[in-house]
Design a protein around this ligand. Structure first.
Ligand SMILES: Cc1cc2nc3c(=O)[nH]c(=O)nc-3n(C[C@H](O)[C@H](O)[C@H](O)COP(=O)(O)O)c2cc1C
Length: 190
């Protein structure tokens, strides 16, 4: 079974992140693949303050050890994130910084929201992921200003914006393809 984590990038009270994450989980049905929500609220990591980079020495902090185990068991990631000052939420950056090897050679796709569909945040996230040896994919769902406001203020839902489902399905197919390919490469003969 391939395992893909849908990682909620925001931990803020009243966050929007739950809605796209739950919506995506509902669409994420693929043979041989187990999708799961991974909520950073369940991994309340302190602000990174370790003596060494996780590339050299893993954190021994109890939450970091749990976080490490979770990311290590995943074969791919879908980051669900809002845009914070044209980048990603600090809680997500902190959670990324805590690990190294656990991220390596796995694919990542994106669901983002904001005034420009969260695109500027996703571009920053792609750059960060390259340093963690994650393969950031082209595929992403961008929930733009009109859809975002409709859902936040006008009581609309994802069903009112069916084009989002189309791009989510394309993204899901893509991340599954890459997760299979990279798992085979990680675990196969060298
Ligand atoms: C600190 C902060 C910075 C933000 N910066 C941006 C931004 O640069 N671009 C944007 O489109 N929205 C921005 N927003 C609005 C967020 O996209 C919006 O609040 C969204 O709901 C955040 O995701 P969350 O609710 O899942 O935490 C910002 C919000 C916060 C709290």
């Amino acid at each position: 079974m391939l395992r893909i984590g849908i990682i909620l990038g925001s931990t803020r009270t009243g966050r929007f992140a739950d809605r796209p994450a739950e919506w995506l989980l509902g669409l994420a049905k693929r043979d041989g693949v187990a999708f799961e929500l991974v909520d950073l609220r369940d991994y309340a990591l302190p602000f990174f303050d370790e003596p060494k980079s996780p590339l050299r020495e893993p954190s021994k902090h109890e939450v970091a050890v749990r976080w490490s185990r979770k990311v290590a068991e995943l074969d791919g990631f879908i980051f669900v994130t809002g845009e914070y000052n044209h980048s990603i939420p600090a809680a997500l950056k902190n959670a990324l910084d805590y690990l190294y090897a656990e991220w390596n050679r796995k694919p990542a796709a994106f669901v983002a929201y904001g005034n420009a569909g969260g695109a500027r945040g996703v571009e920053q996230l792609r750059l960060i992921l390259v340093e963690l040896q994650v393969a950031p994919l082209r595929s992403a769902v961008h929930i733009g200003r009109a859809e975002f406001i409709d859902m936040l203020m006008n009581g609309k839902s994802f069903a009112d914006h069916p084009h989002l489902e189309q791009s989510a399905n394309t993204m899901l197919d893509d991340v599954v393809w890459w997760a299979h390919a990279l798992r085979a490469a990680r675990t196969g003969p060298r």
